[in-house]
Design a protein around this ligand. Structure first.
Ligand code: PLP
Length: 436
């Protein structure tokens, strides 16, 4: 677990690192600390800063919007940047989505998607649908609803009495860890789908509102893409029972794996609702969203008990945040950055394969994880992440369910920066193993 920030600080903050220091500015893929030292951002914080830390186009868009109209409340007005952003995301979704709503954090997006699923069923005269199926080893956020969906034991346990009884959890899709001996990936996927079917029958399929999954499991398990056939099987199962399918792409979405949506790299299976966040405005502004499929829009507009959206937040569709997101998404397209994600993803993966004491390198695009094979049996990822930061590169430490770190550098990373990132990580691994 993280430690607290220094006692002399008035800011309450959870930090994972002894090297906790003030960051004062950014330059490309580097964050610069108050002592002048530079940290190569190998994980974009938590897969956020996909354009690096000094993108002039996004900064100019923010300044321009702030000068023109910093804020209007969504109860009274719509605004240009929010409308344009919604249109851009809907148009780029291969018909998967017909509307979008914008919030401030990934947790809020997850809360909103859960509520939209519930509202969809209410609009269709099915108030008995209030249960959700999520997965063990998932992370969907820290607010009470999103934490109820999540299954990171360290974060859940202290708040257990507050968590919602509406959530059930099934096994995640993690073949390299959970596949039984002699079982091939197809048989493994069938076993997981059978578990969903069992839980559906146990609970009563007519009581289930939605299933929520991360197509590439991120913060908790470390960049684990769904196996072939898993998302399509889940889609069929949900359709058979009238259950909505929610993809949480807050971490893995919007280009991180080399396609706009992670599901486009995983067989093209479309969800009914999808959360987005982190990379949406690359961290230049806090913004997240929910992309809403036609069936949910249809039930709200024309369902037996159709009703307008029953949820609102003060900073919903914030004009400056939407302007930053628009500029971010335009920049990714105009600079063909998804091509770079694919190319640099291959290079990073190749370079990571030379690291010692590795159990597995996994993931897609620039969303990769290194799981360690500790010689002593004691987990080493935390020490490696710390040593790496001391050496001048940041990598993301996964939850303690796996002994792994995530590498998710900015989409703009260059080959020599990939090399530097891996060299710093390699030195960190060697230093930790030598010390042990
Ligand atoms: N969903 C996923 C898949 C995430 O990885 C996260 C954050 O790591 C969240 C939701 C919550 O996002 P936020 O921290 O912005 O509330």
């Amino acid at each position: 677990m993280g430690s607290a920030a220094p006692a002399s600080s008035a800011l309450l903050q959870r930090t994972l690192h002894k090297e906790y220091a003030e960051a004062v500015c950014g330059e490309g893929v580097y964050v610069i600390r108050s002592d002048g030292s530079r940290v190569l951002d190998g994980c974009c914080g938590a897969a956020v800063s996909c354009l690096g830390h000094s993108d002039k186009v996004v900064i100019d868009a923010i300044v321009k919007q702030a000068q023109k109209m910093p804020f209007v409340h969504g109860s009274f007005f719509t605004n240009g940047p929010a409308e344009q952003l919604a249109k851009l995301l809907v148009d780029a979704s291969d018909g998967a989505f017909s509307k979008a709503v914008f919030l401030s954090s990934g947790s809020e997006a997850v809360e909103t998607a859960l509520k939209l699923a519930r509202q969809h069923h209410l609009c269709n005269g099915q108030p008995q649908r209030w249960k959700y199926i999520a997965r063990e080893g998932s992370y969907h956020g820290n607010t009470i609803g999103a934490l109820s969906a999540s299954h990171n034991p360290q974060r859940r346990v202290p708040f257990a009495p507050l968590l919602s009884p509406a959530f059930r959890h099934v096994a995640p899709c993690f073949f390299s860890r959970d596949g039984s001996s002699g079982e091939d990936e197809k048989a493994y996927v069938e076993r997981l789908l059978a578990e969903y079917e069992t839980v559906f029958q146990l609970e009563g399929p007519e009581t289930i509102a939605a299933v929520i999954v991360e197509p590439v499991a991120g913060a908790t398990l470390g960049a684990v893409p769904a196996s072939k056939g898993y998302l399509s099987g889940l889609r069929k199962l949900c359709d058979r029972y009238g259950v909505l399918l929610i993809f949480d792409e807050v971490m893995c979405g919007l280009g991180r794996v080399g396609t706009t949506h992670a599901w486009q790299s995983l067989g093209g299976i479309k969800p009914d609702l999808q959360t987005i966040g982190k990379g949406l405005a690359a961290g230049y502004q806090p913004i997240s969203g929910v992309l809403i499929g036609p069936s949910v829009v249809e039930s709200m507009e024309h369902g037996e008990h159709g009703s307008p959206f029953i949820s609102a937040h003060t900073y919903q569709a914030h004009p400056i945040a939407c302007a930053a997101a628009l500029a971010t998404q335009h920049t990714i397209a105009s600079r063909h950055l998804l091509d770079n994600v694919q190319k640099m993803g291959i290079l990073l993966r190749q370079n990571l394969s030379r690291l010692p004491h590795v159990h597995e390198v996994r993931g897609i695009g620039l969303f990769l994880a290194v799981e360690f094979a500790s010689k002593t049996g004691k987990p080493m990822a935390s020490s490696v992440a710390q040593a790496c930061l001391e050496g001048g590169a940041a990598v993301y430490l996964c939850a303690s369910l796996v002994d792994a770190v995530i590498l998710a550098p900015p989409f703009i990373i260059a080959p020599e920066e990939v090399e530097k990132l891996v060299a710093t990580l390699e030195e960190a691994v060697v230093a930790v193993v030598t010390r042990a």
